[in-house]
Design a protein around this ligand. Structure first.
Ligand code: BGC
Length: 760
């Protein structure tokens, strides 16, 4: 205790000294960090570049660090992750600020991907809210909870654009569109970091995985990525850039290669683009052992790949200890310079300074605040709101939904009464014991009688089940045989007025290293749904999944279909709100749903090609398939409501736009149905003639509006040259004169279009 006080005192003094030199925060930081670095040995500097995970907490990779305590004492650790809870973090921080020579505090990071201990819907689900304010709030709430529990650094947002739902990590991102993705990326950074990074309830965000990780070939995780610069700039890079523009404090490198050079060794990416072109001022951490993995990529031995990473602009090495074990040697051999090491060390120390850790290494360790904040009523209420707002109503024949609160409901399905799957992938700190499963919530509804049967296992494929059960049992089997499960479900169905079937994936069917080549509903559940259909009872299918699924047949069988993703801790309560109409679904897809795997990639902002397929039947010598249409099953931007929205004609206030002017596109939307509800009005731009071929449309604006029954509102979208610009082949952001089409509608495949001309 005495030691600790001395250490804190020393830091306060040093901090005060920096204040004497400083006119403003940033020069204060420069002086402080400079002063500190003068006292650091080479080994201590390299130590700051080392991020470890001690194991025993949350495991997110195959390797865990050893000998962590003595490394901390020796000043060989810059930060830790996978250490959860105020007590453990306080313990480790105490070791750093009392046991190490220079008493430099540690960063404590974690994968706060969709909430911290209170688990929100997976990010792909939240993106379907198309609600920037809500997504920002969700990050702020997560930061509040996580900082109360000792953390100062979130490995989030994950903003990798993805067009291939086979890739398991689509669950962690915001889907396929660069505009929506950028809006949400910036919103999350604002939410995590707030206005003051040194406040007790804000933490440093880490945008990941830089870059292009979502474009892995064949949707197979960690696979090769290759694309043109134009495609990168136009479609894949904008969400990372949006995070940088929003002031993100750190960036994580991706596992994949870019132009044949792994991102972690890619100097063009990490220095030319990120720092020089985009002006990023924070630090770059690798992904988990990404330096070491470059040996397998074929870039050299550990010393060489560590050198390449440092030279490329990487500042911190996650878990692999390549920097720790080779940089001194490389310096001696003249392969890296002291300036390279100093630059990285400075950036890591600056992050600690910005977080206020030098002022008070324990500022995020407040056991009282943790007790008051973690999983408190406000967090749970937020989880319930987010889950309801992320659901997407895909079908609702004869207005089956909302249900009346009377009669008997047969609640059937392997996900209807399951606590762990509903949290989804990357719920690393979420405790499944505190989940509210659907059965539990529906049983509490007054007026309805709920009969439950599991009906089927998530899958009967034991090899798949085994792989999905790596972090604990997600695919539970039985009780009884598949036949017995089905029989009891049919008995329950026969006794009910309506069937609510909760079907889908196990949570670990998605996430890291969880790609699938078949993204259909498992056969066990297909059989269950077919048998339920044969009863003739109306069926509401509630689908939980971490990706779009190929469910053409199931969509036909269902009378109503609600895509519920993995909704988090409050899945049960929020579903009751949705089913009984206390909340009217307002989600819209942020990713297209393919009809079959062979159609992948299917995405809305595709090119026209020289031989586009006209509407209607497939034709010879046109770009199409013989055996499936080009259209997705459900388009980007699509989603229904319990009410109807009617669009008036789209009008533009001018037919010619000059540079510097603003054109106003207007449309009046009326809630012409029977419920209050929210509509997402979407604006797309098409550029039919350009020096680089343009996609059929690009999302450029959207507005989520709340309309009471019978209410109408005119929505106005300003359009400027910025919305008309694209990256030309010299990678300049330009708008070329000529015709443009403004397209407005409720989804990417149902728009009205009006043209105007951009003058020279
Ligand atoms: C993942 C990252 C994650 C890191 C730390 C990696 O395997 O790719 O997204 O932040 O582990 O858990």
């Amino acid at each position: 205790m005495i030691l600790l006080k001395k250490a804190t005192l020393a830091f306060l003094l040093l901090f005060a000294v920096s204040g004497l030199f400083a006119q403003n925060g940033s020069s204060g930081m420069t002086v402080y960090v400079g002063y500190l670095m003068k006292r650091m040995t080479l080994e201590e500097k390299i130590g700051q570049l080392n991020l470890l995970t001690p194991g025993g907490g949350v495991a997110t990779g195959a390797v865990v660090s050893s000998d962590v305590e003595s490394k901390i004492r020796r000043g060989q650790v810059g930060g830790l992750f996978g250490v959860i809870g105020v007590d453990k973090i306080r313990q480790a921080q105490t070791l750093a600020v009392t046991g190490s020579r220079l008493k430099i505090p540690l960063l404590f990071g974690s994968d706060i991907i969709h909430g911290y201990k209170t688990t929100w819907p997976i990010p792909l689900a939240l993106s379907c809210s198309w609600d920037t304010a809500l997504v920002e709030e969700s990050a702020r709430m997560a930061a509040d909870e996580a900082t109360a529990d000792g953390l100062s650094w979130a490995f989030s947002p994950m903003v990798d654009i993805a067009r291939d739902p086979r890739w398991g990590r689509v669950a962690e991102g915001a889907g396929e569109d660069p505009f929506l993705g950028s809006q949400l990326s910036a919103a999350m950074v604002r939410g995590y970091q707030g206005k003051d990074l040194s406040a007790d309830n804000t933490l440093m965000a880490c945008v990941k995985h830089f870059a292009l990780y979502g474009a892995a070939e064949g949707g197979r995780d960690y696979n090769t990525t290759d694309m043109s610069r134009v495609k990168m700039y136009e479609y894949y890079l904008p969400p990372y850039k949006a995070a940088v523009d929003a002031g993100v404090g750190s960036v994580m490198s991706s596992f994949n290669e870019i132009d044949g050079i792994p991102a972690t060794a890619n100097r063009w990416l990490m220095t030319d683009l990120l720092r020089r072109q985009w002006g990023f001022k924070g630090f770059v951490v690798t992904d988990y052992t990404a330096i070491n993995e470059m040996i397998e990529h074929g870039m050299g031995d550990l010393q060489e790949v560590s050198r390449l990473a440092l030279k490329a602009g990487i500042d911190m090495d996650m878990v692999g200890e390549g920097f720790l074990t080779t940089l001194q040697k490389s310096l001696k051999e003249g392969k890296v310079t002291l300036a390279d090491i100093d630059a990285a060390c400075r950036r890591v120390l600056e992050a600690k300074y910005k977080l206020g850790l030098f002022e008070d290494p324990f500022r995020y360790c407040n056991a009282d605040r943790a007790r008051r904040t973690v999983q408190n009523a406000a967090m749970r209420a937020a989880a319930r709101r987010y889950a309801a707002r992320s659901a997407v109503l895909l079908k609702n024949d004869r207005n089956l939904l909302p249900l009346q609160a009377r009669g008997t409901i047969a609640l059937i399905g392997p996900l209807a009464n399951n606590r762990s799957n509903m949290l989804g992938t990357w719920a690393v700190s979420g405790d499944a014991q505190t989940s509210v499963p659907i059965y539990e919530a529906l049983r509490r509804e007054s007026g309805v009688n709920v009969l439950y049967a599991k009906g089927a296992n998530i899958t009967d494929d034991t090899a798949l089940a085994k792989r999905a059960n790596v972090f604990g049992e997600r695919v539970d089997r039985g009780p009884g045989t598949s036949k017995q499960l089905l029989d009891s479900a049919l008995a329950v169905a026969q006794a009910a007025d309506v069937i609510v079937a909760v079907l889908g994936e196990a949570s670990e069917f998605t996430g890291e290293a969880a790609s699938r080549s078949d993204i259909g509903l498992p056969a066990s559940q297909q059989a269950l749904l077919t048998a339920l259909k044969a009863t003739g009872k109306p069926i509401v299918v509630v689908l939980m999944s971490g990706r779009p699924l190929t469910i053409e047949n199931e969509a036909r069988q269902a009378d109503a279909l609600l895509q519920y993703w993995f909704p988090g801790h409050e899945a049960g309560n929020a579903l009751a709100d949705l089913l009984f109409g206390r909340y009217n679904p307002s989600g819209r897809l942020s990713m297209s749903w393919p009809r079959n795997v062979g159609q992948i990639p299917v995405y809305y902002n595709h090119k026209n090609t020289g031989r586009p397929q006209p509407a209607g039947e497939g034709q010879k010598f046109r770009s199409n398939y013989l055996d499936v249409s080009n259209d997705p099953l459900f388009a980007f931007g699509y989603g229904l409501s319990y009410t109807q929205f009617t669009y008036g004609p789209l009008t533009l206030d001018k037919t010619h736009l000059r540079r510097g002017e603003t054109l106003m596109a207007s449309v009046t939307v009326t809630n012409s149905g029977a419920y209050d509800g929210e509509e997402v009005v979407q604006l797309y731009i098409a550029d039919p003639v350009a020096s680089v071929t343009q996609p059929v449309r690009k999302l450029k604006a959207f507005r989520k509006v709340n309309l009471r029954k019978g209410e109408r509102r005119t929505i106005r979208f300003p359009v400027t040259v910025n919305e008309l610009s694209f990256y030309n082949s010299a990678l300049q952001w330009v708008a070329e004169p000529g015709e443009f089409r403004v397209q407005v509608g409720p989804s990417s495949d149902r728009t009205q279009s009006v043209s105007f001309v951009l003058d020279k």
